[in-house]
Design a protein. Structure first.
Length: 218
């Protein structure tokens, strides 16, 4: 039996645009044509305008003249605040779930880590970086999901919107590359073998990532 989608058309357009921004299909700083989106989705401009207004209210885009809007570029302060909020959410999720993480959650994390390790064999640096960014987002979304709280999941998703991972890691992935899969694998190992140590490992992961991000800003 299929599930009926009861969301309004505006909600669906909003979710579509969110996914496009999260995955990097629409990049930060990019100008979006409301008419072009409406034509792409084969709908009127009205639900697209309403979805864009929601994004503007959430400070994700800035509405421009001539039926356009521009995705905002996050400032260093915003990036720092987002990482602080992400760490708070994930530490809460871990604290709530330690010692009783369902095997299926660990299996999803394990699969993501295995994909991260496989990136080292990718001959295309641009494709490698793009996939690395997506895997990082998925890994941390799974950590938040351990809280079993839909509001935590929602907050995490909104945070991800404000920091396009492609932009953030654009100048830092090469520096993080050596520790990239290892740090995520170590978090997973702790979750499996020494749950209390996972808290310290996750905090170290965030500290190392923030250091790399801001040390690269000139």
């Amino acid at each position: 039996m299929s599930v009926i989608d009861t969301r309004s058309l505006t909600d669906r357009v909003y979710d579509y645009l969110l996914d496009q921004i999260i995955t990097g299909a629409i990049k930060y700083g990019e100008v979006i044509s409301i008419r072009a989106i409406a034509e792409e989705l084969k709908i009127s401009t009205m639900p697209v305008r309403e979805a864009v207004k929601r994004l503007a209210f959430e400070q994700i885009v800035e509405i421009k003249p001539r039926s356009n809007c521009q995705v905002k570029i996050p400032s260093p302060r915003m990036i720092a605040e987002v990482y602080e909020a992400r760490e708070m959410l994930e530490m809460h999720a871990l604290a709530k779930s330690l010692g009783r993480i369902p095997p299926e959650n660990l299996e999803r994390l394990r699969a993501i880590v295995e994909e991260m390790k496989g990136l080292e064999r990718d001959p295309d640096p641009e494709a490698e970086e793009k996939l690395a960014v997506d895997l990082d987002r998925r890994f941390h979304a799974e950590i938040c999901a351990l809280a079993g709280n839909e509001f935590v999941d929602q907050f995490y998703r909104q945070l991800a919107l404000h920091v396009n991972m492609t932009l953030i890691h654009q100048k830092t992935y090469d520096k993080l590359k050596r520790q990239y899969s290892e740090s995520h694998a170590e978090i997973l190992r702790c979750l499996q073998e020494d749950p209390p140590a996972a808290m310290a490992m996750l905090r170290k992961h965030f500290t190392d990532t923030r250091n790399a991000l801001f040390n690269n800003q000139g």
